[in-house]
Design a protein around this ligand. Structure first.
Ligand code: 2P0
Length: 352
């Protein structure tokens, strides 16, 4: 019988071996056609997305494989447009919203590391990458999902890879998990998959649409978070006992959301999305050191929503790893909601 210490040492060694066998570069070497050549410039748009059932926690941090499946709605015209151009020189030139990013900045390093995956056969080829986000900065929406999705599509064209939508979703996931959902419009499900190489962990668009569904973006605070989602989900998974209940909750919520969408049951959709977001935040608060993204204005908005709902307004919210709320309502309530939240940015992902 192995002691606990011996058992742990064996487990660590096994996991290290697995990691060595399946890092991103190994993955790409087995996948990319050797003929892949960086020829053309290319440009693509991808929408931002809001999760109704959240992605929170990874079972593999190298390949961005999630602990749970998630479901989102894409934000139509709000997102990122990214252009890539092969250039002479040794380093990538990365531009965001008209400003060149320092090569040692977090953003430029993440973009270059992602492009490295495509240029394994042409390590000398540098790119100019230009990204424009049309997401109002005041809405405080993360842009990594739309940015990496647009970049993935552009690199696919630049290297003439002709990858399928599913393969593009797998690729985008390795840039940023939530980016795999931004490959598609409308409702999108990211199936978590079970394989170690992640080839079954990608997003799929749902067939159903929901004309009249509204997402309202409330701005509470646009300052950069001190702990980003990537670090936040890792801390939660490692330190919050409460996290043990998260995979079960997410699985149950995912199937209730599928039901709500199939039956166009707005009260079910809104209540499940709101409870899912609050449960995710509960796991964050239960981490150590604690993670509380809420500001006093976030709590004030929640209380206002609960009061309006008690008075009969069909209004719910969701929140990501930040202080800003995203309101969920239907077109019939739009006037009443806008009267309560002046200046609200409203998106109707499926039209009226
Ligand atoms: C989501 N979030 O489902 C959840 C809810 C934040 C809270 O996906 O490390 O930026 O790049 O895979 O995709 C944000 O996480 O993290 C996110 P990485 P990502 O929208």
């Amino acid at each position: 019988m192995l002691s606990y210490k011996e058992h742990k040492a064996l487990k660590d060694r096994f996991e290290t071996q697995l990691r060595v066998a399946m890092n991103k570069t190994d993955f790409m070497t087995g996948w990319l056609p050797k003929s892949a050549t960086p020829g053309a410039s290319a440009e693509h748009f991808a929408p931002s997305n809001i999760a109704l059932c959240k992605y929170w926690g990874k079972r593999d941090t190298e390949l961005n494989l999630p602990v749970n499946g998630s479901l989102s709605v894409s934000l139509d015209h709000l997102g990122s447009r990214t252009r890539v151009e092969p250039i002479d020189g040794e380093t990538d030139s990365v531009w965001l919203n008209g400003t060149q990013q320092r090569p040692d900045s977090r953003f430029a390093k993440r973009v270059s590391a992602f492009i490295d995956l495509f240029r394994i056969y042409h390590p000398e080829q540098a790119f100019r990458v230009t990204t424009e986000n049309n997401i109002p900065t005041a809405a405080g929406l993360a842009s990594s999902a739309s940015g990496f999705a647009a970049l993935t599509k552009a690199m696919n064209d630049a290297f003439k890879l002709e990858l399928s939508d599913t393969e593009l979703s797998v690729m985008a996931r390795m840039g940023s998990g939530s980016a795999c959902r931004s490959l598609f419009d409308g409702f999108v499900e990211w199936q978590m998959g079970v394989r170690e190489d992640g080839m079954d962990s990608y997003a799929l668009p749902l067939e159903q649409c929901w004309p009249g569904l509204c997402v309202g973006l409330i701005h509470v605070d646009e300052n950069e978070k001190s702990v980003d989602s990537r670090a936040g989900m890792q801390r939660t998974k490692e330190t919050a006992h409460l996290y043990q209940s998260w995979p079960m909750q997410a699985a149950a919520d995912l199937s209730k959301l599928q039901q709500a969408i199939a039956e166009r049951d707005f009260a079910l959709l809104g209540s499940v999305a709101e409870q899912n977001a609050l449960s995710m935040h509960a796991t964050m608060i239960a981490s150590w050191p604690p993670l509380l993204y809420w500001q006093p204005d976030s709590v004030a908005a929640m209380q206002k929503i609960w009061k309006l709902r008690a008075e009969g307004l069909a209004l719910y919210f969701t929140m990501d790893a930040g202080p800003n709320l995203k309101l969920l309502f239907e077109d019939a309530s739009r006037g009443a909601v806008e009267a309560q939240f002046p200046g609200l940015e409203v998106v109707q992902p499926f039209g009226i």
